[in-house]
Design a protein around this ligand. Sequence first.
Ligand code: SAM
Ligand code: SF4
Ligand code: SF4
Length: 376
Amino acid sequence: MISSMDKLMHQVTRKPRVVPAAGAGLVPVPGAVAPGAGPLHDQYRRPLRDLRISITDRCNFRCTYCMPREIFGPDHAFLPRSSLLTFDEITRFARIAVDQGVQKIRLTGGEPLLRKDIETLVAQLAALRTPEGKPIDLTLTTNGTLLGIKARALHEAGLKRVTVSLDALDNDIFTRMSDSKVQVKTILDSIDQAAKAGLAPVKVNMVVRKGVNEDQILPMARYFRGTGHVLRFIEFMDVGDTNGWNFSEVVTGAEIIERLSAEFPLEPVQAEYRGEVAKGWRYTDGQGEIGIITSVTQPFCGDCTRLRLSPEGQLFLCLFASQGYDVRELLRNGSSDQQVLDHLAAVWGQRNDRYSEQRGQLSGSRKKIEMSYIGG
Ligand code: SAM
Ligand code: SF4
Ligand code: SF4
């Protein structure tokens, strides 16, 4: 149970520390990076390849592991509209990042489909081209409630693929976990609509929490086998400071594979590219693939090529970061593209984050950014 003092502390400290554009410890070198010069590298020589853009901190669900209602209740202060990056600001930053080697963009949130006219943003991002002239891999993660009605428009706007979160087939478990009245059938219909609209293969994310939905692992696998959709099991993570995470509630990737293999023989699939988050497995009888995301038990920081942009224009270098780097000011104060690029290069160049590999060694009192603010 979260006490009212915890809640107050959380509201006071919810926002991670933000380092202003020309902030402490960051020394952008003007013009040091030529536009299109190739991937930026961090302190561990990890290239910048992926950009995850959170476009809202609001959501119509209150998943207990992400936005517990005790914290994100009616009096919770969400970001005011004026502080959100506009679509043009997002697109401008994305263009500068794509010029520098970003090949994949994922829209997330909060619930990204709550952002009005998201199709317009999708169309703007879909028009971006890499320095080699290739389109970017543009995708989106959603809880699926509005996907059924938006799938066609999103695909027509240029969205390539979609990931839908669904934690259970059992309606009671699902409504309890999402703390909403939305029915499983709505999400399953949305997944079908998305595939029909051309957003296939649809990835389906299931966060597995011990004692809560672990008995849904096999029913979910049975349902999605042979459909062409790719079910991905995610270890429950200690993101943010509000979900009361405890390792005893993690069902490990190894346990998940063991349970699945008892019914369906599986074999590992070779990773397609560096930085792939999910480890792939395929059913040996040819009925498709699944993925396992083992951020807790088998961290993959060494290949992490992801930069995160928050709804209000802060750059985060890790899902578990406690500090962001402002870029909105540069996007609003008339700075040139080169100045934005110099800032991006300085931020990425000093990156040495690898939280999941250091889990347990870092101070427990360190504040972490919330998942609903920065996205998955
Ligand atoms: N609202 C959208 C959705 O749910 O798909 C997009 C944002 S949500 C934060 C992105 C992903 O993060 C979802 O698949 C969600 O299940 C996952 N997620 C949220 N909190 C998590 C946690 N504590 N551990 C593991 N995954 C989590
Ligand atoms: Fe909303 Fe997604 Fe978080 Fe659930 S996981 S509360 S749907 S942002
Ligand atoms: Fe990347 Fe941070 Fe996750 Fe490691 S913990 S994989 S650095 S986001």
